[in-house]
Design a protein around this ligand. Structure first.
Ligand code: LRH
Ligand code: MN
Length: 393
Protein backbone atom coordinates (compact mmCIF):
# COMPACT_ATOMS: atom_id res chain seq x y z
CA UNK A 1 0.00 0.00 0.00
CA UNK A 2 1.19 3.50 -0.71
CA UNK A 3 -0.18 7.00 -0.34
CA UNK A 4 -2.93 7.75 -2.89
CA UNK A 5 -2.17 9.99 -5.88
CA UNK A 6 -3.68 12.83 -3.89
CA UNK A 7 -1.11 12.07 -1.18
CA UNK A 8 -3.69 10.71 1.26
CA UNK A 9 -3.47 7.56 3.33
CA UNK A 10 -5.53 4.64 2.02
CA UNK A 11 -8.99 4.27 3.58
CA UNK A 12 -8.10 1.00 5.28
CA UNK A 13 -5.13 2.65 6.99
CA UNK A 14 -7.25 5.59 8.14
CA UNK A 15 -9.89 3.17 9.45
CA UNK A 16 -7.21 1.64 11.68
CA UNK A 17 -5.82 5.00 12.81
CA UNK A 18 -9.34 6.22 13.55
CA UNK A 19 -9.58 3.65 16.34
CA UNK A 20 -6.10 4.22 17.80
CA UNK A 21 -6.12 5.15 21.48
CA UNK A 22 -3.02 5.97 23.54
CA UNK A 23 -3.30 6.22 27.34
CA UNK A 24 -1.44 9.06 29.02
CA UNK A 25 0.43 8.76 32.34
CA UNK A 26 -0.80 11.25 34.95
CA UNK A 27 2.77 11.56 36.26
CA UNK A 28 4.03 12.99 32.95
CA UNK A 29 2.20 16.23 33.82
CA UNK A 30 3.93 16.55 37.19
CA UNK A 31 7.49 17.60 37.92
CA UNK A 32 10.12 14.93 37.28
CA UNK A 33 13.85 14.74 36.97
CA UNK A 34 16.86 12.80 38.06
CA UNK A 35 18.80 12.37 41.29
CA UNK A 36 20.65 15.51 40.30
CA UNK A 37 17.69 17.82 39.96
CA UNK A 38 13.91 17.95 39.61
CA UNK A 39 13.04 21.23 37.88
CA UNK A 40 9.71 22.91 38.59
CA UNK A 41 7.60 24.56 35.87
CA UNK A 42 4.93 27.25 36.06
CA UNK A 43 1.44 25.84 35.58
CA UNK A 44 2.34 22.34 36.76
CA UNK A 45 -0.72 20.54 38.22
CA UNK A 46 -1.08 20.41 41.98
CA UNK A 47 -3.78 17.74 42.08
CA UNK A 48 -4.89 14.63 40.13
CA UNK A 49 -7.86 16.71 38.91
CA UNK A 50 -5.48 19.20 37.26
CA UNK A 51 -3.39 16.35 35.81
CA UNK A 52 -6.54 14.88 34.26
CA UNK A 53 -7.46 18.32 32.84
CA UNK A 54 -4.07 18.57 31.13
CA UNK A 55 -4.44 15.06 29.73
CA UNK A 56 -7.86 16.03 28.38
CA UNK A 57 -6.25 19.01 26.64
CA UNK A 58 -3.90 16.59 24.84
CA UNK A 59 -6.95 14.62 23.72
CA UNK A 60 -8.72 17.80 22.55
CA UNK A 61 -5.70 18.68 20.41
CA UNK A 62 -5.11 15.20 18.98
CA UNK A 63 -8.24 13.03 19.33
CA UNK A 64 -5.80 10.25 20.28
CA UNK A 65 -5.69 10.10 24.07
CA UNK A 66 -9.09 9.17 25.57
CA UNK A 67 -7.78 7.82 28.89
CA UNK A 68 -5.40 8.63 31.73
CA UNK A 69 -3.42 6.15 33.81
CA UNK A 70 -3.12 6.84 37.55
CA UNK A 71 -0.36 6.01 40.01
CA UNK A 72 -1.18 5.17 43.62
CA UNK A 73 -0.48 6.89 46.01
CA UNK A 74 0.67 9.79 43.80
CA UNK A 75 -2.95 10.21 42.54
CA UNK A 76 -4.79 9.39 45.78
CA UNK A 77 -7.95 11.50 46.23
CA UNK A 78 -10.72 11.40 48.82
CA UNK A 79 -13.39 10.72 46.19
CA UNK A 80 -12.41 8.69 43.10
CA UNK A 81 -16.01 8.92 41.93
CA UNK A 82 -15.60 12.68 41.73
CA UNK A 83 -12.31 12.30 39.85
CA UNK A 84 -14.04 9.91 37.45
CA UNK A 85 -16.85 12.42 36.87
CA UNK A 86 -14.30 15.18 36.33
CA UNK A 87 -12.49 13.05 33.75
CA UNK A 88 -15.70 12.20 31.93
CA UNK A 89 -16.78 15.87 31.97
CA UNK A 90 -13.49 16.59 30.20
CA UNK A 91 -14.11 13.87 27.60
CA UNK A 92 -11.64 11.29 28.91
CA UNK A 93 -11.79 8.27 31.23
CA UNK A 94 -9.56 6.90 34.00
CA UNK A 95 -7.44 3.96 32.88
CA UNK A 96 -4.69 1.73 34.20
CA UNK A 97 -4.01 1.84 37.93
CA UNK A 98 -0.29 1.62 38.71
CA UNK A 99 0.75 0.35 42.12
CA UNK A 100 3.78 1.71 43.96
CA UNK A 101 5.88 -0.35 46.34
CA UNK A 102 9.10 1.51 45.58
CA UNK A 103 8.97 4.56 47.85
CA UNK A 104 8.26 3.31 51.35
CA UNK A 105 11.18 2.64 53.71
CA UNK A 106 9.69 -0.74 54.64
CA UNK A 107 10.38 -1.94 51.08
CA UNK A 108 14.16 -1.32 51.28
CA UNK A 109 14.88 -5.02 50.78
CA UNK A 110 11.84 -5.82 48.68
CA UNK A 111 8.07 -5.77 48.69
CA UNK A 112 6.19 -8.78 47.25
CA UNK A 113 9.51 -10.71 47.43
CA UNK A 114 10.54 -9.63 50.94
CA UNK A 115 11.75 -12.33 53.37
CA UNK A 116 9.41 -10.97 56.04
CA UNK A 117 5.82 -12.16 55.57
CA UNK A 118 4.47 -9.02 57.29
CA UNK A 119 6.22 -6.78 54.75
CA UNK A 120 4.89 -8.92 51.88
CA UNK A 121 1.40 -8.66 53.36
CA UNK A 122 1.73 -4.87 53.56
CA UNK A 123 2.63 -4.80 49.87
CA UNK A 124 -0.24 -7.16 49.01
CA UNK A 125 -2.64 -4.95 51.00
CA UNK A 126 -1.46 -1.95 48.94
CA UNK A 127 -2.56 -3.81 45.83
CA UNK A 128 -5.92 -4.60 47.45
CA UNK A 129 -6.24 -0.83 47.97
CA UNK A 130 -5.49 -0.34 44.29
CA UNK A 131 -8.26 -2.82 43.43
CA UNK A 132 -10.67 -0.74 45.53
CA UNK A 133 -9.62 2.32 43.56
CA UNK A 134 -10.26 0.39 40.33
CA UNK A 135 -13.78 -0.42 41.50
CA UNK A 136 -14.41 3.34 41.81
CA UNK A 137 -12.64 4.40 38.61
CA UNK A 138 -13.98 1.54 36.47
CA UNK A 139 -10.43 0.61 35.47
CA UNK A 140 -9.61 -2.81 33.97
CA UNK A 141 -5.84 -3.03 34.47
CA UNK A 142 -3.77 -3.20 37.65
CA UNK A 143 -0.19 -2.63 36.56
CA UNK A 144 2.57 -3.88 38.84
CA UNK A 145 6.18 -2.77 38.41
CA UNK A 146 8.51 -3.82 41.25
CA UNK A 147 11.80 -2.14 42.16
CA UNK A 148 12.58 -5.35 44.07
CA UNK A 149 16.15 -6.61 43.65
CA UNK A 150 19.62 -6.44 45.18
CA UNK A 151 22.88 -4.55 44.76
CA UNK A 152 25.50 -7.15 45.64
CA UNK A 153 25.90 -10.88 44.94
CA UNK A 154 25.01 -12.85 48.05
CA UNK A 155 22.69 -10.14 49.35
CA UNK A 156 19.55 -12.02 48.24
CA UNK A 157 18.38 -15.61 47.67
CA UNK A 158 17.28 -15.27 44.04
CA UNK A 159 15.24 -18.53 44.04
CA UNK A 160 13.48 -17.85 47.33
CA UNK A 161 12.42 -14.41 46.14
CA UNK A 162 10.87 -15.86 42.95
CA UNK A 163 8.82 -18.31 45.01
CA UNK A 164 7.67 -15.58 47.39
CA UNK A 165 6.85 -13.33 44.43
CA UNK A 166 4.68 -16.07 42.91
CA UNK A 167 2.82 -16.52 46.20
CA UNK A 168 2.25 -12.77 46.64
CA UNK A 169 1.06 -12.27 43.06
CA UNK A 170 -1.36 -15.19 43.49
CA UNK A 171 -2.87 -13.48 46.55
CA UNK A 172 -3.47 -10.33 44.47
CA UNK A 173 -4.64 -12.25 41.38
CA UNK A 174 -7.25 -14.11 43.43
CA UNK A 175 -8.93 -10.75 44.24
CA UNK A 176 -9.36 -9.65 40.61
CA UNK A 177 -12.91 -9.13 39.34
CA UNK A 178 -13.73 -11.14 36.18
CA UNK A 179 -13.16 -8.15 33.83
CA UNK A 180 -9.91 -7.05 35.48
CA UNK A 181 -6.30 -7.91 34.57
CA UNK A 182 -3.02 -8.04 36.46
CA UNK A 183 -0.32 -6.55 34.22
CA UNK A 184 3.26 -7.36 35.28
CA UNK A 185 5.98 -5.01 34.04
CA UNK A 186 9.63 -6.09 33.80
CA UNK A 187 12.82 -4.01 33.87
CA UNK A 188 16.42 -5.22 33.62
CA UNK A 189 17.90 -2.88 36.27
CA UNK A 190 17.40 0.29 38.42
CA UNK A 191 16.96 1.05 41.18
CA UNK A 192 18.60 -2.33 41.90
CA UNK A 193 22.05 -2.64 40.40
CA UNK A 194 22.93 -6.37 40.74
CA UNK A 195 19.67 -8.30 40.22
CA UNK A 196 16.04 -7.32 39.66
CA UNK A 197 13.34 -9.87 40.53
CA UNK A 198 11.31 -9.22 37.35
CA UNK A 199 14.18 -8.34 34.96
CA UNK A 200 12.99 -9.64 31.61
CA UNK A 201 10.05 -10.82 29.53
CA UNK A 202 10.80 -14.46 30.28
CA UNK A 203 10.47 -14.01 34.04
CA UNK A 204 7.34 -11.89 33.65
CA UNK A 205 5.88 -14.53 31.29
CA UNK A 206 6.70 -17.36 33.69
CA UNK A 207 5.09 -15.53 36.62
CA UNK A 208 1.90 -14.48 34.76
CA UNK A 209 1.29 -17.88 33.12
CA UNK A 210 1.47 -19.46 36.57
CA UNK A 211 -1.34 -17.11 37.69
CA UNK A 212 -3.93 -17.52 34.95
CA UNK A 213 -5.61 -15.99 31.88
CA UNK A 214 -6.18 -12.57 33.50
CA UNK A 215 -2.46 -12.00 33.98
CA UNK A 216 -0.40 -10.46 31.18
CA UNK A 217 2.93 -8.68 30.59
CA UNK A 218 3.70 -4.98 30.18
CA UNK A 219 6.56 -4.12 27.81
CA UNK A 220 8.19 -0.80 28.68
CA UNK A 221 10.40 0.16 25.73
CA UNK A 222 13.01 1.64 28.09
CA UNK A 223 13.47 -1.50 30.18
CA UNK A 224 15.81 -3.62 28.05
CA UNK A 225 19.55 -4.02 27.92
CA UNK A 226 21.17 -2.00 25.08
CA UNK A 227 21.14 -4.02 21.85
CA UNK A 228 17.98 -5.97 22.73
CA UNK A 229 15.75 -6.72 19.73
CA UNK A 230 12.57 -5.42 21.35
CA UNK A 231 10.33 -6.14 18.34
CA UNK A 232 11.28 -9.82 18.64
CA UNK A 233 9.95 -9.81 22.22
CA UNK A 234 6.79 -8.05 20.99
CA UNK A 235 6.33 -10.81 18.39
CA UNK A 236 6.82 -13.59 20.94
CA UNK A 237 4.54 -12.15 23.64
CA UNK A 238 1.80 -11.58 21.04
CA UNK A 239 2.33 -15.12 19.73
CA UNK A 240 1.92 -16.38 23.32
CA UNK A 241 -1.15 -14.09 23.87
CA UNK A 242 0.49 -12.49 26.91
CA UNK A 243 1.30 -9.00 25.67
CA UNK A 244 -1.05 -6.88 27.75
CA UNK A 245 0.31 -3.38 27.37
CA UNK A 246 3.08 -1.10 26.25
CA UNK A 247 4.77 1.67 28.23
CA UNK A 248 6.06 3.67 25.32
CA UNK A 249 9.02 6.03 25.63
CA UNK A 250 12.52 6.22 24.17
CA UNK A 251 16.07 6.30 25.42
CA UNK A 252 19.66 6.78 24.33
CA UNK A 253 21.24 5.03 27.31
CA UNK A 254 19.12 3.62 30.20
CA UNK A 255 15.51 4.11 31.32
CA UNK A 256 15.60 7.71 30.12
CA UNK A 257 11.79 7.96 29.70
CA UNK A 258 12.17 10.37 26.79
CA UNK A 259 9.51 11.12 24.19
CA UNK A 260 8.60 7.94 22.29
CA UNK A 261 10.22 7.85 18.87
CA UNK A 262 12.57 10.73 19.75
CA UNK A 263 15.69 8.61 20.24
CA UNK A 264 15.03 5.82 17.72
CA UNK A 265 12.02 6.30 15.40
CA UNK A 266 13.08 3.31 13.28
CA UNK A 267 12.86 1.04 16.38
CA UNK A 268 9.36 2.36 17.08
CA UNK A 269 8.45 1.58 13.46
CA UNK A 270 9.82 -1.98 13.73
CA UNK A 271 7.91 -2.53 16.99
CA UNK A 272 4.64 -1.34 15.43
CA UNK A 273 5.21 -3.58 12.40
CA UNK A 274 5.30 -6.58 14.77
CA UNK A 275 2.25 -5.31 16.69
CA UNK A 276 0.29 -5.18 13.41
CA UNK A 277 1.72 -8.53 12.19
CA UNK A 278 0.78 -10.17 15.51
CA UNK A 279 -2.81 -8.84 15.57
CA UNK A 280 -2.13 -6.47 18.45
CA UNK A 281 -2.95 -3.18 16.71
CA UNK A 282 -6.20 -1.75 18.11
CA UNK A 283 -6.68 -5.03 19.95
CA UNK A 284 -8.59 -4.60 23.26
CA UNK A 285 -6.01 -7.01 24.74
CA UNK A 286 -3.01 -4.76 24.03
CA UNK A 287 -3.13 -1.35 25.74
CA UNK A 288 -0.95 1.42 24.33
CA UNK A 289 0.27 3.70 27.11
CA UNK A 290 2.99 6.31 27.38
CA UNK A 291 5.35 6.20 30.35
CA UNK A 292 7.50 9.30 30.14
CA UNK A 293 8.95 12.20 32.09
CA UNK A 294 9.33 15.67 30.61
CA UNK A 295 12.21 16.87 32.78
CA UNK A 296 13.12 20.00 30.78
CA UNK A 297 10.46 20.38 28.04
CA UNK A 298 6.85 21.57 28.27
CA UNK A 299 4.84 18.62 29.53
CA UNK A 300 1.59 19.06 27.58
CA UNK A 301 3.43 19.74 24.32
CA UNK A 302 5.67 16.77 25.13
CA UNK A 303 2.64 14.50 25.44
CA UNK A 304 1.11 15.85 22.24
CA UNK A 305 4.38 15.25 20.39
CA UNK A 306 4.49 11.73 21.80
CA UNK A 307 1.05 10.58 20.69
CA UNK A 308 1.66 12.14 17.27
CA UNK A 309 4.93 10.18 16.97
CA UNK A 310 3.10 6.91 17.71
CA UNK A 311 0.32 7.80 15.26
CA UNK A 312 2.81 8.73 12.56
CA UNK A 313 4.88 5.55 12.90
CA UNK A 314 1.63 3.54 13.02
CA UNK A 315 0.61 5.12 9.69
CA UNK A 316 3.96 4.17 8.14
CA UNK A 317 3.82 0.61 9.55
CA UNK A 318 0.26 0.13 8.27
CA UNK A 319 1.50 1.05 4.78
CA UNK A 320 4.00 -1.83 4.74
CA UNK A 321 3.37 -4.02 1.67
CA UNK A 322 3.18 -7.39 3.41
CA UNK A 323 2.41 -9.43 0.28
CA UNK A 324 5.47 -8.08 -1.52
CA UNK A 325 7.53 -8.62 1.63
CA UNK A 326 6.39 -12.24 1.94
CA UNK A 327 7.18 -12.84 -1.74
CA UNK A 328 10.69 -11.40 -1.42
CA UNK A 329 11.26 -13.43 1.75
CA UNK A 330 10.08 -16.61 0.01
CA UNK A 331 12.59 -15.97 -2.79
CA UNK A 332 15.37 -15.20 -0.31
CA UNK A 333 15.61 -11.78 -1.92
CA UNK A 334 17.13 -10.09 1.12
CA UNK A 335 17.67 -6.63 -0.30
CA UNK A 336 14.28 -6.36 -1.98
CA UNK A 337 12.65 -7.42 1.29
CA UNK A 338 14.60 -4.81 3.22
CA UNK A 339 13.85 -2.19 0.54
CA UNK A 340 10.11 -2.83 0.86
CA UNK A 341 10.43 -2.54 4.64
CA UNK A 342 12.42 0.70 4.54
CA UNK A 343 10.16 2.19 1.86
CA UNK A 344 7.27 2.12 4.30
CA UNK A 345 9.44 3.61 7.04
CA UNK A 346 10.66 6.37 4.75
CA UNK A 347 7.13 7.29 3.59
CA UNK A 348 6.39 10.73 5.02
CA UNK A 349 2.76 10.48 6.17
CA UNK A 350 2.73 13.78 8.09
CA UNK A 351 0.98 15.88 5.39
CA UNK A 352 -1.63 13.13 4.91
CA UNK A 353 -2.23 12.93 8.67
CA UNK A 354 -2.57 16.74 8.94
CA UNK A 355 -5.11 16.70 6.11
CA UNK A 356 -6.99 13.83 7.75
CA UNK A 357 -7.10 15.56 11.16
CA UNK A 358 -8.57 18.65 9.58
CA UNK A 359 -11.20 16.49 7.84
CA UNK A 360 -12.17 15.25 11.32
CA UNK A 361 -12.42 18.73 12.88
CA UNK A 362 -9.09 18.38 14.66
CA UNK A 363 -6.17 20.81 14.35
CA UNK A 364 -3.99 19.90 11.36
CA UNK A 365 -0.97 20.83 13.50
CA UNK A 366 -1.79 19.99 17.15
CA UNK A 367 1.53 21.32 18.47
CA UNK A 368 0.90 24.71 16.91
CA UNK A 369 -2.73 24.66 17.98
CA UNK A 370 -1.70 24.00 21.58
CA UNK A 371 0.88 26.80 21.48
CA UNK A 372 -1.75 29.21 20.14
CA UNK A 373 -4.60 27.93 22.39
CA UNK A 374 -3.75 30.07 25.42
CA UNK A 375 -4.20 26.96 27.57
CA UNK A 376 -0.64 27.18 28.97
CA UNK A 377 -0.92 30.83 30.02
CA UNK A 378 -4.34 30.12 31.54
CA UNK A 379 -3.01 27.33 33.77
CA UNK A 380 0.10 29.32 34.68
CA UNK A 381 -2.14 32.16 35.89
CA UNK A 382 -4.60 29.86 37.68
CA UNK A 383 -2.24 27.43 39.35
CA UNK A 384 -0.51 29.67 41.84
CA UNK A 385 0.25 28.42 45.33
CA UNK A 386 -0.18 24.91 46.60
CA UNK A 387 2.37 22.15 45.97
CA UNK A 388 3.20 21.19 42.41
CA UNK A 389 2.76 17.46 41.73
CA UNK A 390 5.82 15.30 41.19
CA UNK A 391 7.27 11.88 41.96
CA UNK A 392 6.46 11.36 45.56
CA UNK A 393 4.65 14.72 46.07
C1 LRH B 1 9.45 2.05 36.27
C2 LRH B 1 8.26 2.54 35.47
C3 LRH B 1 6.93 1.97 35.89
C4 LRH B 1 6.24 3.06 36.64
C5 LRH B 1 7.23 4.12 36.76
C6 LRH B 1 6.61 5.46 36.71
O1 LRH B 1 10.64 2.51 35.70
O2 LRH B 1 8.51 2.35 34.12
O3 LRH B 1 6.11 1.74 34.79
O4 LRH B 1 5.61 2.69 37.73
O5 LRH B 1 8.13 3.93 35.71
MN1 MN C 1 6.94 1.81 32.78
Amino acid sequence: MTLTDAGSLPAEVLAQLERQAIELPSWAFGNSGTRFKVFTTAGTPRTPFEKVSDAAQVNRMTGLAPSVALHIPWDLVDDFGALREHAESEGVRLGTINSNTFQDDVYKFGSLTHVDRAVRQQAIDHHYRCLEVMAATGSRDLKIWLADGSNYPGQADLRGRQDRLAESLQAIYDRLAPHQRLVLEYKFFEPAFYHTDVPDWGTAYAQVTALGEQAVVCLDTGHHAPGTNIEFIVMQLLRLSRLGSFDFNSRFYADDDLIVGAADPYQLFRILVEVIRGGGFNSPDVAFMLDQCHNVENKILGQIRSVLNVQEMSGRALLLDREALAAAEAEGDVLTANEIFVDAFQTDVRPALAQWRESRGLPADPMRAQRESGYQSTIEAARVGGTQAGWGA
